[in-house]
Every structure is written in structure tokens, then in C-alpha cells.
Ligand binder design. Structure first.
Ligand SMILES: [Mn+2]
Length: 378
């Protein structure tokens, strides 16, 4: 008795990616869909019995009809069963694509907050699941999930918030709900970060995370779980599926002086850290270190140069000016007087915040001497 499954979730198809510009947002939006089609292919090649989609499949009811039709068409060609447990972004409501469109026979969509069970007879397996019926579900839908036939494989598919410290509006599942469910595996969605497979009593459970980061608060590799479940073994492996990653990198640019130095150092760093495919990713690059007073750089210009080589980059300046205080002692020009005065102010700051403000004032002041201050400085 065993079932081969794939478990993914939180695709948020149709979601706009904020802060990267309209064109890149559209490319990313489309790529999530393509990544999903890639998973449909993997499931075919690896002969899975069931693909489990743990909710927030669509970002909103306003997802484009063309996208839904394309998804339905691809799914209808799949030789395996597909289960969907609607989440808080794609609840089972009258205006949902789950109701407005006709779905193929091999796709089963859970429809109510009261858990249902679907039998896969030839595999002696039961798939349990439920649906968000609106934006919020205040009570744990998992409470209604209790294995009633131990001779079957019992798998539960659900969107919800596991063991949250605060009161959750998103199907607050407790660890004791999991423990007393008697399930063999619980496929969870809602949390976008992939979690390792855990076990409580005889029940294994995991969040697969989403398929592609949606911003710089969702870094690193993304993907899905695939493998075989039996009473004895839960042989699920995480598989990378995202085309691009969001990454935040910190680079010491103390040895850079001219624009090209900053650009080249950054590109070299990205190549070493992320290899040949580093050009696909989205980067938030934080410059650090002590910068010579002769160094000139414009974060917007550097970012634009980097964007010629990588999919997306933004640059944040966290550097400090390098000041030779010994040399400064005997200087009486206007710039030196300004620096001396600001150093004194920094030393005399009475709070961290005041110190930070004075350091920033020194930095901007020094740039002003170079004629380099733009009205908007990020
Ligand atoms: Mn959600």
C-alpha cells in the first residue's frame, strides 16, 4: 500500500510582484505559471498518483480567464489525479474560478470548510481536505479530520496556519489536531517558507513553501515535495523548481573608487557566489565598508549598469566615509572644518538615533562638496 505524491502550494498565480517594475513583474507572474506546468510534466515522468495543491493557487478571484483556461487545459492532459484545497486568497466562493469554470474529471477541488474525504480505491488511499469559504477561517478545520479506517493510507491536504502563537484568522491548526488526526501525511499550505518534514505520533506533515519568491522577504530556493508515502515510510524529497531567486548580498566596497570598480566588484561577487546562472536572479545589494573621500558612486547608476547583466538589481549604500583624522588636524579649509565639526557632533551624540543622523549628515555633506548630492537619495 503506497501512494506517490507531489505537494506544492501558494503559487499565487496572477500576483503582481511589487518594486521591480511592471515589465519584470509580468515576466515573473508568467514564470510561476510556467514553473507549475513544469511540475505537471515532472509528475507525469515520475508517475505520481496524485498532485496536491495546498491552496492560494490563485492570488485572487480576478485572475485572468486566459490563465485559468490554460491551466485547465494542461491539467486535463494529466494521467494522474489533482487535488486542490482553496486557501484565503482563492476561497471557494461563487465568483471563484473554481465555480466559474468547468474543471476536468481528474481534478478534485474541495468545496467546504467541513472536511471531506475522497477515495482513491485502486490505491487504498483516502485524500482528506477542506476549503476556505471566505478570506478568514477562525476555527481549525483540521479538528474534523480523523482517520476512520486504519487499513487505508490517509492523507490530508489543507491551507492553514500551524501552531501560531497569536490567534490566527487563517485556519489555526494546533499540533494536537495533527497528532490526533491519524493521518499518514498532512500536506500544508499558507506559509511561503519550505519546512522540513516533521512527525507527530504516526503523522508526518510539512509546508512545501511557494514556487517562486515574491519579494526580498522570500529569499533562496523554492520548490515542492515529491515522493512515496506508505504506512511505514514517508520518502518525500524537496525539489527545487524556481527559475529565479530573490537574494540580499552584502559587499565590502572599501577598495572601490570609480563607478566601474563598484560594478565589476559586484558582478565578480555574484558570479562567485551564485555561479553561471547568477544572471537570472533578483538582488538587493548592500554596499558596506569605509569609502575613500575620492570615491564617487551613484547607487541608481550602478544598479542600472548591473541590470544590463542580471535580471534585477537595486543598490543600498551603507558605507561610511573614510576620514584621516591625523591629516585633518592641521587643515583649515571649509571642507575640513565641516568634517571636524561633524565628527565632534557624532562623538557627542546622546542616542543611537542621533548618532546615525549625524553620520548620515556627514556622508551627505561630503557628497555635497563633490557636487554629488541628488534630491532623492536612497
Ligand atoms: Mn494563504
Amino acid at each position: 500500500m503506497k501512494l506517490k505524491i507531489a505537494h506544492c502550494g501558494d503559487l499565487h498565480i496572477g500576483a503582481k510582484i511589487l518594486g521591480v517594475g511592471d515589465e519584470k513583474s509580468r515576466i515573473l507572474e508568467n514564470e510561476v505559471k510556467e514553473t507549475f506546468f513544469g511540475i505537471l510534466e515532472v509528475c507525469r515522468e515520475e508517475k505520481v498518483d496524485a498532485l496536491l495543491i495546498a491552496g492560494d493557487f490563485f492570488d485572487d478571484t480576478s485572475v485572468s480567464s486566459a490563465d485559468v483556461r490554460e491551466i485547465i487545459s494542461r491539467m486535463s492532459e494529466c494521467p494522474y489525479k489533482i487535488f486542490i484545497s482553496p486557501g484565503n486568497h482563492d476561497p471557494f466562493t461563487a465568483d471563484s474560478p473554481y465555480v466559474k469554470f468547468e474543471w476536468p474529471k481528474n481534478v478534485y477541488i474541495f468545496k467546504s470548510r467541513k472536511p471531506e474525504k475522497i477515495l482513491i480505491e485502486e490505491k487504498s488511499a483516502v485524500i482528506w481536505g477542506s476549503a476556505f469559504e471566505g478570506r478568514y477561517e477562525w476555527d481549525s478545520m483540521m479538528k474534523g479530520v480523523k482517520a476512520d479506517d486504519e487499513t487505508m493510507l490517509n492523507i490530508c491536504l489543507m491551507h492553514g496556519e500551524l501552531n501560531s502563537a497569536d490567534e490566527s484568522r487563517y485556519n489555526p491548526i494546533s499540533l494536537s489536531d495533527i497528532k490526533s488526526s491519524g493521518m499518514d501525511y498532512v500536506a500544508l499550505g499558507h506559509i511561503h517558507k519550505q519546512a522540513e518534514i516533521e512527525k507527530l505520533a504516526s503523522t508526518s506533515y510539512a509546508y512545501s513553501g511557494n514556487l517562486q519568491g515574491t519579494g526580498f522577504d522570500e529569499l533562496g530556493e523554492k520548490g515542492f515535495y515529491i515522493g512515496t508515502i506508505s504506512k511505514e515510510i514517508r520518502d518525500l524529497k524537496f525539489r527545487r523548481a524556481c527559475k529565479r531567486r530573490f537574494e540580499i548580498v552584502h559587499i565590502d566596497v572599501s577598495d572601490c573608487t570609480f563607478l566601474d570598480d563598484f560594478v565589476n566588484k559586484t558582478l565578480q561577487y555574484l558570479m562567485e557566489k551564485y555561479g553561471e546562472s547568477c544572471d537570472r536572479n533578483l538582488y538587493k545589494i548592500v554596499f558596506e565598508g569605509d569609502i575613500s573621500e575620492n570615491a564617487s558612486f551613484d547607487t541608481v547608476l550602478i544598479a542600472s549598469k548591473l541590470c544590463e547583466k542580471v535580471f534585477y538589481a537595486q543598490v543600498i549604500d551603507n558605507t561610511q566615509p573614510r576620514i584621516d583624522t591625523e591629516k585633518l588636524k592641521f587643515k583649515t579649509d571649509f571642507k575640513s572644518l565641516f568634517i571636524k565639526k561633524m565628527i565632534k557632533k557624532i562623538e557627542e551624540s546622546t542616542s543611537e538615533r542621533e548618532k546615525e543622523m549625524n553620520e548620515k549628515a556627514l556622508k551627505i555633506g561630503l557628497k555635497a562638496f563633490e557636487g554629488d548630492v541628488k534630491y532623492i537619495e536612497n
